[in-house]
Design a protein around this ligand. Structure first.
Ligand code: GRG
Length: 286
């Protein structure tokens, strides 16, 4: 399979769908809609929605029926990035090499644009009711998945730990739990959402969950490695490579990638894309 082409093709589909369903930029009050568009279309890799589509496809589903869900997931991701960059959180002036949402639209509008994207994400999940092939119960399961990955046991709780970084007994345990909540939960939910939509069997969901947890954790460790190598590390926060060194961080991340691929065995050679994606997590440069 041509991995790069697969990524580009799916990204185009997702971009088109997002453009179709986001409120128009000039809809009243236009400033919030402009801010939403600014952050949604500022060069994200779309890895989470691509994972949703790829998982649905692996399980035999027509991916056009997974597009609403995939886009909902990307909107949750974008909401989290806008809020993460705010001065009261990570206080980042740049995102993807461009001024962060609050630097362009001000803090209040950026905060509200993030809120609006989160609400819109759940509206996208509800749009699945328009697709006859998707059962109501499947949509309820999706809703459960998409709320759980954001709640205080996951993203929100992870963000709290990231900000507070209280005294910790064991730094590795602390960091792995934080990364699982803050980053891995949404990545894992992106994969599980594809499986839920495709009405996967229990053993398939179990294997994909293991895969998602492992690549999710490896993704955040790699993100920290890239930040450290590009000297973009927030020096006030502890990170995996910061605590254990670049070499250990790379070895542990590679081990997680191996574990992730191991979980795909039950799909034989049908999971080509997910195998390659696991390597991409580790080898990516941005
Ligand atoms: C207020 C409910 C609520 C949640 C906010 C701010 C927050 C909680 C969580 C932040 C979580 C966060 C920003 C995690 C970082 C994850 C991460 C490594 C993001 C970068 O992902 P990429 O590389 O980004 O996929 P692109 O730019 O490609 O979209």
């Amino acid at each position: 399979m041509d991995f790069k082409k697969y990524l580009n093709d799916k990204k185009s589909l997702i971009d088109q769908e997002l453009d179709l369903y986001l409120p128009m930029e000039d809809a009243d009050p236009s400033i919030i809609h402009k801010a939403m568009h600014y952050s949604v279309f500022s060069g994200g890799k779309r890895i989470r929605p691509i994972l949703t589509l790829a998982t649905a496809e692996l399980l035999g589903m027509d991916i056009k029926n997974a597009l609403h869900t995939a886009c909902g997931i990307e909107l949750i991701h974008t909401f989290s990035l806008i809020h993460d960059d705010l001065p009261c959180m990570d206080d980042d002036d740049f995102r993807r090499g461009k001024p962060s949402c609050h630097k362009v639209y001000g803090e209040a509008i950026a905060l509200l644009a993030g809120d609006a994207l989160l609400v819109h994400a759940y509206k996208m999940i509800l749009k699945n009711t328009e697709i006859k092939k998707i059962k109501k119960n499947t949509i309820l399961n999706l809703f459960d998945e998409m709320t759980r990955c954001v709640d205080t046991e996951n993203m929100l709780g992870g963000q709290v730990k990231d900000i507070i970084q209280e005294k910790m007994e064991d730094k590795k345990v602390f960091l792995c739990n934080l990364y699982k909540q803050k980053t891995s939960a949404l990545i894992c939910a992106s994969i599980r959402a594809g499986a839920i939509l495709a009405e996967a069997k229990k053993k398939e969901i179990k294997a994909l969950t293991k895969y998602g947890e492992c690549i999710g954790l490896a993704f955040q460790i790699t993100d920290d490695i890239l930040d450290m190598m590009q000297d973009q590390r927030n020096k006030n926060k502890i990170t995996y490579p910061g605590e254990f060194g670049l070499k250990t961080a790379k070895i542990d991340s590679e081990e997680l990638i191996k574990e992730a691929k191991g979980a795909l065995k039950i799909f034989n050679d049908k999971a080509d894309f997910l195998y390659e994606f696991a390597d991409y997590i580790f080898l990516r440069q941005r």
